[in-house]
Ligand binder design. Structure first.
Ligand SMILES: *Cc1c(COP(=O)(O)O)cnc(C)c1O
Length: 385
């Protein structure tokens, strides 16, 4: 290719793109990053159509900055950025898609192992007003019969906590042929690890409380779409429903996005090595991580993911073995989240809302030194009852 021709111009790498997207337009004497903008009303005299910013429940300049940065993160280099709306939590983002799309009589096909609160929201609030909920496994999801007459198909891949993998392209193809919309809850992967919109989905939904923020200290979520009409509907739903983000949290997310490439590479690498370590231990009955070649969804995951992410699962003999492991491991914070800097784990069945075994431990690999983690896990497993 001729040098200087457009085709030969190399696309910027992901880290460069992301870091650039968090910087403000250069202006002498101004900071590199704008701080959070705190406002309930904004000065807005005369025709309200003249400014986007009139009242803080509708729009906020700090949200806009985050939304533009995430919009670029949701697509591959060289593609038109996605439209994004930020919410006060991941579940608020999930609710905006349900509420924006589903009407009485509609059918939603949902992964039966999708995030429990999303399922509960559907059963408690949408089923009573006539939304039909069909819960299926990843394999049934790619059957035309399952998808017939559906309005919305809800995928979560890798699923939390089962780590089951769904083939997004295959579901999109069948769902679109059946006239259904497809949404992917992309929380476990993040839009850097997997790009649902590039795989053909209509909605990419993410809890930014996990690896996107990465510091275990705030709750946020977002919805990304390509279609401007859907963006307008999601925007309207947010304004009317009011599940908005605080400007401080939004700004902290923008700040965290710059380190996402570093963090996601490190936690995914640690997660794979931890999974391999557990595979070699007799106390561990089963290890689930999409990055392992033995994982049933590995080939599909490798085809649609760019990082396998922080979350792994492993099964110990039972409740007591899992509890002992968590009590003995000194570098593991027992907490119910993932994607943070520190390694976290929990015996997931303690909540009672997922279809998993009593000895199932969900672990989120952190950014610590791998050797320290493996030493700690080794001593925690030694002589486990
Ligand atoms: C945590 C989580 C959510 C909900 O997000 P919040 O920010 O806690 O409201 C939704 N989906 C998945 C897969 C999650 O892990």
């Amino acid at each position: 290719m001729k040098s200087g021709s457009k085709a030969s111009k190399r696309e910027q790498g992901e880290a460069t793109r992301i870091i650039q997207s968090t910087l403000r337009h250069p202006e002498n004497g101004q900071p590199l990053h704008t701080g959070p903008v705190f406002a309930a009303p904004f000065f807005a005299a005369g025709d309200p159509a003249e400014t986007l910013y009139t009242y803080g429940r509708s729009h906020n300049p700090t949200w806009t900055e985050v939304e533009l940065a995430i919009g670029r993160l949701e697509v591959d280099p060289g593609h038109e950025p996605a439209g994004v709306r930020l919410f006060g939590s991941g579940l608020a983002a999930v609710a905006a898609v349900f509420g924006g799309v589903l009407r009485p009589g509609d059918k939603i096909v949902m992964a039966g192992d999708a995030y429990f609160a999303a399922r509960q929201l559907l059963h408690e609030q949408f089923a009573p007003i006539g939304v039909k909920i069909v819960e299926v496994g990843a394999a049934e999801m790619i059957l035309a019969d399952t998808l017939a007459n559906a309005r919305l198909v809800w995928i979560e891949t890798p699923a939390n906590p089962t780590l089951e993998i769904t083939d997004v392209r295959a579901v999109v193809q069948l769902a679109h042929a059946a006239g259904a919309l497809v949404a992917v809850d992309n929380t476990t992967a993040t839009p850097l690890g997997q790009r649902p919109l590039q795989l053909g989905a209509d909605f990419s939904v993410c809890s930014d409380s996990k690896a996107m923020c990465g510091h275990s200290d705030l709750l946020l979520g977002h919805v990304a779409v390509r279609d401007p009409e859907w963006l307008a509907k999601i925007d309207r739903y947010r304004t009317l429903q009011g599940a908005i983000a605080g400007p401080m949290e939004a700004w902290l997310l923008l700040r965290s996005l710059g380190t996402l490439p570093l963090r996601l590479a490190r936690i995914s690498d640690n997660a794979l090595h931890i999974a391999q370590f557990f595979q070699g231990r007799p106390e561990v009955m089963e290890v689930l991580y999409p990055g392992l070649p033995e994982h049933p969804g590995h080939a599909i995951a490798a085809n649609q993911m760019r990082y396998f992410g922080p979350v792994l699962g492993f099964v110990l003999k039972g409740k007591s073995a899992a509890e002992q492991f968590l009590a003995r491991a000194t570098l593991v914070t027992e907490a119910t989240s993932f994607g943070g800097l520190s390694t976290m784990a929990e015996r997931r069945a303690r909540w009672g809302h997922d279809r998993i075994r009593a000895g199932f431990v969900r672990m989120s690999a952190g950014c610590e030194d791998l050797e320290d983690l493996l030493d700690d896990f080794a001593q925690a497993l030694d002589g486990l009852g």
